[in-house]
Design a protein around this ligand. Sequence first.
Ligand code: GLC
Length: 753
Amino acid sequence: MSRRSDLGKLEAVLLDMDGTLVDSDASVERAWSTWAGENGVAAEAVLAVAHGNPSERTVRRFFPLLDDDAVALAVRRLTALQCDDLSDVVASPGAADLLTALDRLGLPWAVVTSAGTRLAKARLAAAGVEPPMLVTIDDVRHGKPDPEGYLRAAAALGVDPAACLVVEDSEPGLAAGTAAGMTTAALRGLSGDLRLNDLGHLAHLLRRARTTPWWRDAVGYQVYLPSFGDSTGDGWGDLAGVGEHLDHLTSLGVDVLWLTPFFRSPMRDHGYDIADYSAVDPLFGGEAALAGLLAEAHRRGLRVIGDLVVNHTSDDHPWFRAAASSAIDPYRDFYIWRDPAPDGGPPNNWLSHFGGPAWTFSAATGQYYLHLFRPEQPDLNWRNPVLVQQIDEVIEHWLARGLDGFRIDTAAYLVKDADLRDNPLLPADLLAPMAGVTMDWRRQDHRYDIHQPDVHTIHERWRRVADRHDAFLVGEVYELDPAALARFVDGERLHSSFWFGLVETNWDPEQIDTMLAAAVAASPRLSWVQGNHDRRRAATRYGGGETGRRRSLALHVLMALLPGTMWFYQGEELGLGDGHVPPGHGADPLGAAQPDQSRDVARTPMPWRPGPGLGFTTGRPWLPEGGRSAADTVAAQEADPASHLNALRGLMMTRRALADLLAATDEVTKVDLGAGVTAYRRGGLWAVANLRDTPVPAVDLPAPAVFDSDDAAVSPQRPKSGPVRLAPQQALLLMRPRLRWPVVRSCARRGGV
Ligand code: GLC
């Protein structure tokens, strides 16, 4: 299943029973072990082949000389053993969610199993599942891997086999699906057209395949490529390293992955200085690694967007080399050149984000060129139509290669004031409300160098290209006023834009409350973020330690309700605070100019497991490990039911279960539930949080809670009603009770859906 809409075209879902729809492993093992003991064969040998094969085939394999009657007797004995003990047979994780989704989507489904009818009925009944159609070994001549069972189900449903999805957890079953010409979805890490974590994952993908547009209410995850996963041991993250961790992302409910720039670059700004827009840097693994990652991600239903850095190139880009070589070079006008001021200094007072003037003198031609970042990052001239055309081609190239869109770097910077007027200075007691820049930069009113309205025309142009590919464009726009930001996503401009209100703030509940309300009111198309690779980590900005983590989680609960796209920055799901980078060990050009703004603290390696290299690398990481503890790692948090990671997974799985209700409306209103309570309502859902540091008086909840940041037992299946006294930073999702949840016996898991 290489791309996007394929799942949207399905007409039926055919599910294997044991191990797929029904969790019967223990029961199956017990029966086969007893049978093996009775027949003097090794239980392990039998168990190794029994799964996914009809019993008859397994019996014959061990006793090839038995005649048909004796085989039938053996199969009957085995069936009796299996039917006699169904004590722990339950529906598989996510089965309830899947069956609800199939029902809502009106997708027909059937169970196709190599078990006999009697056993299948007994087992499905024990799990509380009533399939509308059941095909067993009694209905076909052979069992799996023969395709006949699946073909028979398709014929009975009147559906073209090519429009069927087979869901399987065994090799023979997958082989049967493929032989039937169907699309396959594999569980247990097996390889199929789709690769599923569990049935809830499939429910989610099916619902999302029918969500238009696909990025609506999606969950995004930012991978800072140099620090996520290193597959080669050179200490530098790469694309294959990302591929090793995709299951981590799907288990968090992520729909779309943003990769920071992977293009060929001298890495003066770690990839944000591109020397060739059409090549993947060998340090990240080259073209093949990108193709491999896209295939693996798409197979899990994950979309992948790149990072379009076109405010500037690297000074190593052939365009700039040509432009700098002569004032009459055809590429000269790809960049912004000006004569020196009368005193020989820079043409105006604009400043680089990373310190010093935004102009560098080029002796070869006697003019200055503009760079809003490092001198090695010359700004492109977006008033040149030839350049505009070239970048269209870059976008086309990557979307055709399989990228699902772009995060647009410095999306509001591209076009500059045509007359390059000086920026006014701000009054002495005012500073531009932005981190990630030098103090000098913050003293100017950036009226002319950035955020010029002409930029919308460029975004509109890109939008037309993106829409042809069903791709998504999300802007990096540091416009904190939500109403002004909304103009970037109006009409046919960018699909979405990050709102950095929660990134540019330290913890101030009153202010957060006001800002958030304004952003919610401004547009249903914003992208909600708490952090990124350019700012200190959220848990640190929000106060650090356990309190910082709790505050971040409370905001995630609120974000989970909001229309638009919600994003995690890598490590945020672990509640990570800033990494520790000893003086002299940093790598950020901004850190060199303004040490207190160094971005290295957010860029230390992702801690996958305890030990040297943190599971990020087997070599020496390019940035220090950051002083992470064992408890910070993914491995430790996975094993701890009370961890930040598991709380967020619970939140995201609950959000998935509420997808239909989220889709029902984009309208969100702020609700007054009493002093100190921040609450929003979206149709039949509410998000409620106490952002203060003191408990609030008991609140009468307008609906039962289905997620509680302080109580892992609360879930859509186990809602909690009644008045609640919210502890500091406690946050809830509430859902108006629905009339019906499917009645399957499923295992109790956090957020079990
Ligand atoms: C964006 C990136 C940042 C980079 C800058 C220049 O703000 O997020 O990391 O340094 O653009 O490309």
